[in-house]
Design a protein around this ligand. Sequence first.
Ligand code: PSV
Ligand code: MN
Length: 407
Amino acid sequence: MTMHSTGLTNENGERVVAALDQFQIETPSWGYADTGTRFGKFYQPAAAIDLGDKLADAGEVHRLTGCCPSVAVHVLWDFPAGSDPAEVVRLAGQHGVSIGSVNPNVFQDQQYKFGSFGNPNEDVRIVAMKHCRDSVELARQIGSRHISPWFADGTNYPGQDSIRARKRRFEEGLKQLHECLADDQILLVEYKPFEPAFYQTDIADWGMACLLAKSAGPQARVLVDTGHHYLAQNIEQIVAWLLDEGMLGGFHFNDRRYADDDLTIGSIDPYQVFRIFHEIHGYAFDQGGTYPEIAYMVDQSHNLKPKLEAMVQTVVVAQELYAKAALVNHAALAVHQSLGDIVGAERLLQRAFNTDVTEALVTWRRQRGLPDDPLDALRESGYIEKAANDRTERREQLGIVQSSSYA
Ligand code: PSV
Ligand code: MN
């Protein structure tokens, strides 16, 4: 058997390299800043203070991993009133990254107590629409293709509002928002079964998101946040259905043990992530090797792990699982499936999952001038210590107090 320089067979080595070459992951600006739970925050001296720090950190993650060229931004958090979009683009470029998805924020202000697009009050719906349209315009100005609103809308008690009326308001709102997209922009519709609404969320699952995206228009797709599912839910089945419907727009990667825990991807159930990637590779195989356009994004809250380490770890684990899933032999799988050979079929998945792809990843990185182990390289670089010193000094100068008040 001929061996590839990756330690795998030639065929498998090529599969891994081809898979990694088209797998890019967007990191979120909010993953670099101090975050907490509703009980409080534990501050980190190296946490980003402003967008400049976030872009610098994202640039460092891309420099180490070679696969994170863009950064997701949250409009209210990253573009305070008066900020200059051109300056943000320039700053991102300076750090070797670009601005990726634009996330409007229609959940934070007092006026959104009863929702945004689903709010019974038309005045609030108009304000929410204006903010979303402004976000689309901002995305256009900074050359960003993905508009990624997340709606915290819903109700907390039975009878609080008409579920059907809220659905209609969403249909109407998303249609209107879709109208102002540029030809190359994509509207991502994210769903979540609960929180902060605890009786019903207006876009509670993939089916609702898919219906709304279809009725909004041809440039709307569904965004699968891996943490936004009930525990026993089969996420890869959802992914397979969305792929088949041509409606899978992107992912927010994170892992969870209970609910929307925002833990790092693969930390709890790596086989689940592998199975999701397996569906994507299988779909591409059926399309003659062409991969669908999917925006892979991280959406995690690194409260206890050092933020940069958590981000690099996330990216490396995602690459590893994506590479493992690429090892499934789809032609052989189809034969086992047609014969009803359940054990043979499953063994193909298990063997791929259990294959050590470390050497293959190292080879891929060496060929691109990247460090063999991005996490070790980060730890040895002194970047985190320097950021901690610089940012602590800047906080003092700016009078920023990292108090442990409730978040
Ligand atoms: C909501 O839980 C969510 O997943 C949305 O994507 C938000 O934009 C993000 O988290 C950050 O709060
Ligand atoms: Mn999300």
